[in-house]
Design a protein around this ligand. Sequence first.
Ligand SMILES: *Cc1c(COP(=O)(O)O)cnc(C)c1O
Length: 337
Amino acid sequence: MTSTTPQNAPFGSILTDLMAVATYQDGQWGAHSLRAVGPIEIHPAAHALHYGSECFEGFKAYRWSDGSVHVFRMDRHIERLRQSARSLVLPEPDAAQLAEMVTTVVDRCRAAVPDAPGALYLRPMLFGTMPNIGAAATPSNQACLIVLASPVWDYFAGGAKPLRIYVEEHATRCASHLGVVKTGGNYAAALGPTLTARRAHQVDQVLFCPQGEVQETGAANFLLIKPGRILTRGLDSTFLHGVTRDSLLRMAADMGYQVEERVFTIAEMLDWVGDGEAALSGTAAVLSGVGTLVRQGGAEVRVGAGGIGPETQKLRAALVAIQQGTSPDRYGWLRRV
Ligand SMILES: *Cc1c(COP(=O)(O)O)cnc(C)c1O
């Protein structure tokens, strides 16, 4: 039996001691406060518990080698939470207040920010608290906004392994207009198909490709990569617009890659991976190489040489260098706390 020390704790399983909390009622957000992390009181008739009015964000603060702490693209994540709130007809968080909540939590939990390659994962969450079980078709006029923080260590403790991905040709990850919304129900919806594929094919994740068009996995975007070229689905409402995806595409264009954002099919993906690379992008894993695609029925398709490709490693290293302060932040993506 191995014990769980912080350095090998599963992602997200450890929280800092403090969280920031704000509530919305009577048409406005109240002042936020810092509280010890622990159970909160919620009415059993709360809107979120019955009708799924919940959304969240995930991003990181990094400790540089000089000890300073920097949050990556916070404003973009706050804007995405506000967009999720609008889609779910939840009260929109105030951007300045939420930024203050995040930076206060980072500042007060500064000692808990791990050294590289670890980081402090930040998790703002918003949920409807109006107590009314008859409100299936009525928006919640009360809400709670909480910022949690979790020290996370190397996502690839034990070495980065190429991923095995199941290519799902029929099931959708979520309702097509909600793909762009980071809402809890989407993850519940993807869980069944993901567990089924894991049991049947020992895969890490499922790549959803309804109608044969490649979308994304349960919690990461999907990129095809070759020397000097990247192909990924263009932004539409069917999938989550990752900040990591956006960052990688901007950097790649400046590194001389030709970036194509458009719809592409499973057939085109299979053709690409004959000699190309495939990778998943997201805050947690940055850019993770795919080694094998598993098709319906179990046939396996090797991606390139089956390992983590050199282009994937190069792009990943370039983004990590900006986040860790070892290469200049010429995009203004980092905010020192
Ligand atoms: C959070 C998430 C991503 C990645 O978004 P980042 O902003 O890059 O972290 C991609 N897909 C889904 C479904 C997600 O929930």
